[in-house]
Design a protein around this ligand. Structure first.
Ligand code: DSN
Length: 436
């Protein structure tokens, strides 16, 4: 029967079973993929609300459909909260996710064939920062910076030199596998020197920035993109923030109206999102974003953000005390990158990550800088503490987890050890329930 009143249980027990299985999996294991997190029930309620039913192409007070008074209020609430959270001049909360949002940023300020300078993927960057298989290197030219071969840190002098050589139109800062502080101010200064836009992709560390646990790219960076579901702990989605005015607008020969449009960076971003690259915004998800921003504006969120970093440092110290090699020998943020090369040899990331998953510690295999192995069989493991910190865990638990991890890393095939450790992990998950 077609209708709206019946529950998932009544309509589709097969899907309901998977939903329950996934909840059970999350409750009984530890989410240690650094880009994952657990949203609050409040965020999930907003995302699962009747806002899911509404079409709202356009922007608040400028929609192409009737019936959007409530939707307008929700979207404005999300925008105002995001502005307050980050100190942004302009915010667009409609992007569906990080990769489309990055395309929208490029579309807003570049012409096809313009040049992007971003961090190479296997050094810790992202596909959309100029990797050859991605639109960012197909529609645009791409130059890539790397980390220092010895320290594996970003070398700002080398990046400056490269920027002067390559003369990009936009410089992307931000990473998906970099465990140290990113100097957004210097990135912006370099962009100014070479006449490029500065663009920070803060997806991984947005929650740390909001909570004051990592330096901010505001107010100087031209364009900032973040996903909303990582350290920010919101629903799966993204947003773009930018300055109102385009510092690089060229208005020679334009009349006043054209010149005003050319200078309007906020307008360029909004038009790139809709109508250029997206259709109807997902207003239920925007409501979830509004809730997450409200949560992130509370004093407890500052504590949360700082605890993520404290936990990462405690976990790093414990792992290193057992001889586990970390890229850059530690962390300043939420993320750790284990380099298995010195202890296990190259290409061991996948089997060791699988062995850790056997005991209920879920992370991902990852390349390490200058990895000699291929990305699908790399030599590293990427992990982080946002998910653990959401469960209320602190340094003491990090010490236990680091100790368990070290045992598995030494003997990934030892089933006896893994069975024992699985019990310990399970016991700890019960002490720190997720949704009850
Ligand atoms: N997939 C995200 C991550 O895991 O870092 C980046 O897009």
């Amino acid at each position: 029967m077609i209708g709206t009143m019946r529950s998932l249980h009544e309509v589709d027990p097969a899907t309901e079973q998977f939903v329950q299985q996934e909840q059970q999996r999350q409750e009984t294991s530890f989410m240690m993929i650094p880009s994952e997190n657990s949203t609050s029930r409040a965020v999930m309620q907003a995302c699962g609300s009747t806002l899911i039913n509404k079409y709202a192409e356009g922007y608040p007070a400028k929609r192409y459909y009737e019936g959007n008074a409530v939707v307008d209020a929700v979207e404005n609430l999300a925008i105002e909260r995001a502005k307050k959270l980050f100190g942004a001049e302009h915010v667009n909360v409609q992007p569906y996710s990080g990769s489309p949002a990055n395309l929208e940023v490029y579309y807003a300020v570049l012409k096809p064939g313009d040049k992007i300078l971003g961090m190479q993927l296997n050094m810790g960057g992202h596909l959309t920062h100029g990797h050859g298989v991605n639109f960012s290197a197909k529609f645009y030219k791409a130059a890539q910076y790397v980390v220092d071969p010895k320290t594996h840190l970003l070398d700002m002098d080398a990046i400056r030199k490269l920027a002067h050589q390559e003369k990009p139109n936009i410089i992307v800062s931000g990473a998906t596998a970099y465990p140290r502080i990113i100097d957004f101010k210097q990135f912006h200064e370099i962009a100014e020197e070479v006449g490029a836009y500065s663009f920070a992709d803060i997806s991984h560390i947005a929650g740390l920035i909001a909570g004051g646990a990592h330096p901010s790219p505001f107010p100087f960076t031209d364009l900032v993109m973040t996903t909303t579901h990582k350290t920010l702990r919101g629903p799966r989605g993204a947003m773009i923030m930018c300055k109102k005015l385009d510092r690089l607008a060229k208005t020679e020969g334009m009349d006043e109206k054209q010149a005003a449009k050319e200078k309007d960076l906020a307008g360029k971003v909004d038009r790139a999102v809709f109508p250029a690259l997206q259709g109807g915004p997902h207003e239920n998800i925007i409501a979830g974003k509004a809730v997450a921003f409200h949560e992130a504006l509370q004093p407890e969120f500052k504590e949360y953000a700082h605890q993520i970093v404290k936990n990462a440092k405690a976990l790093a110290a414990e792992l290193m005390s057992h001889g586990v090699k970390l890229v850059t020998d530690g962390t300043d943020n939420h993320l750790l990158l284990i380099d298995l090369t010195p202890t296990m040899g190259i290409g061991m990331g996948k089997p060791v990550a699988a062995a850790l998953a056997d005991i209920g510690l879920i992370m991902n295999y990852n390349t390490v800088p200058y990895d000699q192995a291929k990305p699908f069989n790399p030599s590293g493991i990427r992990l982080g503490t946002p998910g653990l910190t959401t469960r209320g865990m602190k340094e003491k638990e990090m010490k236990d987890i680091g100790h368990w991890m070290a045992q598995v890393i030494k003997e990934p095939k030892n089933d006896e050890i893994k069975q024992q450790l699985r019990k310990e992990v399970l016991e700890m998950t019960k002490q720190f329930p997720l949704y009850g």
